[in-house]
Design a protein around this ligand. Structure first.
Ligand SMILES: C[S@@+](CC[C@H](N)C(=O)[O-])C[C@H]1O[C@@H](n2cnc3c(N)ncnc32)[C@H](O)[C@@H]1O
Length: 374
């Protein structure tokens, strides 16, 4: 099978985690740049990557990369690429773009030049005068960076964070792939107690249970490339069957979620059921100030109201004081908090300062404060 270049995209700050996931799926010769993990593969790897990656954003095929300082070069460089290997006569072509530090600044013009070049190429190679664009979706990106054009085709469709289990959410829900990253960045293991005392729609705990049971995140959703004739449906079916066979049965997970809002707890129950982990997590309505911790050790992973979308800064101080009163002195407990509010460490007192990792929840810059068990 022909070798191709694949790019898995990631949120800023998560590249190392995504690279590790790609390695664990058996890939090598991986190069990492801001938000991109690039490696050689084949078309048949596309289903496995989409179905199994937990922390990535998308899986792209890199079709080409070339210098382009004028529209003629962009057109010619695009037209020599083998678009017909992927796209049928009826494929629906959408070109998106971006331009950074490049002479070709007009993104709209780049998009229309690229589309024209692809259409010209397909008409010639597929020997047709008409491309009806009534079929499966092909989203092509032209990314100009320092006068180099990179052309990719998106295989994922919706971003990989859309697992398909989340229907009910409160305000500011965490992206599912970020929630999975929070769990993987903590030292939680499936035999340990895990709680999220402000669990909202339950995303962190649902992702934790899926990790513990080895439930592939993309098992229950579709991907753009699933409708492409260029990848055999059997490859998708085999990848799903392998992922299904790898699921571990429900065991003795000790995962607990609480929220002050009854509606959120109802959402959690629905979401966990859809994700197939309802038996693995206990959800209960509870104000954190009523939380009684009598176990000597455990892990907390949570994201309290940020003070950005919900909860004014003034309202948050008493909440932080409560968190400190409950967990500050619980030395056997590791605490991992994701928040955009930089005042959190002023309220949470441990003998060691936290390890802090800068991340993004969508466009909101957040910090992940990691207090290891002492
Ligand atoms: C940012 S949201 C959590 C979102 C969650 N990670 C998700 O993905 O859906 C914060 C949650 O804290 C809850 N909360 C606020 N004050 C609380 C309190 N005193 N006790 C328990 N939960 C509280 C809110 O109801 C809200 O659902």
């Amino acid at each position: 099978m022909n070798k191709i270049t694949l790019i898995v995209t990631s949120t800023f700050g998560l590249e190392a985690l995504v690279k590790r996931e790609v390695q664990d799926l058996g890939f090598s010769n991986i190069t990492v740049s801001d938000g991109k993990i690039e490696f050689p593969g084949t078309a048949n790897d596309i289903p496995r990557l989409n179905i199994n990656l937990r922390t990535a954003d998308r899986v792209l095929i890199k079709l080409g990369e070339f210098a382009a300082i004028d529209f003629g070069q962009l057109f010619d460089g695009t037209k020599i690429l083998p678009w017909e290997d992927w796209m049928p006569i009826e494929g629906k072509i959408t070109v998106i773009g971006k331009s950074v530090k490049s002479k070709l600044e007009s993104v709209r013009s780049c998009q229309s030049i690229v589309k024209k070049a692809i259409v010209d190429r397909l008409k010639e190679k597929l020997q047709t005068q008409l491309l009806p664009e009534t079929g499966s979706e092909f989203t092509i990106q032209v990314a100009m960076l320092k006068d180099v054009a990179q052309l990719t085709i998106d295989t994922s469709g919706f971003g990989l964070h859309r697992r398909g289990y989340r229907t009910g959410t409160g305000e500011a829900p965490l992206r599912e792939n970020l929630a999975a990253a929070l769990v993987l960045l903590s030292f939680w293991k499936k035999d340990k107690l895990l709680i999220d005392p402000m669990c909202g729609s339950g995303t962190i705990l649902i992702e934790a249970a899926m990790i513990a049971r080895n439930i592939a995140p993309g098992l229950k959703r579709e991907f753009a490339a699933e409708l492409w004739p260029s990848i055999n449906q059997k490859v998708w079916d085999d990848a799903r069957a392998a992922a299904q066979a790898a699921i571990r049965p429900s065991g003795d997970l000790k995962i607990f979620g609480y929220d002050i809002d009854e509606t959120r707890i109802k959402d959690c129950l629905v979401n966990a059921k859809k994700a197939g982990v309802a038996a693995d997590i206990v959800f209960e309505r509870k104000d954190i100030k009523d939380l009684l911790i009598d176990q000597p050790m455990g892990n907390v992973i949570s994201n309290p109201p940020y003070g950005v979308n919900i909860g004014s800064p003034g309202e948050l101080a008493p909440l932080y004081i409560t968190i400190n009163n409950i967990f500050g002195n619980k030395k056997g407990w590791a605490l991992y908090m994701l928040t955009a509010d930089k005042r959190f460490p002023d309220f949470f007192k441990r003998s060691h300062p936290p390890k802090v990792r800068k991340l993004f929840n969508g466009t909101i810059e957040v910090n992940y404060y990691q207090y290891y068990a002492e």
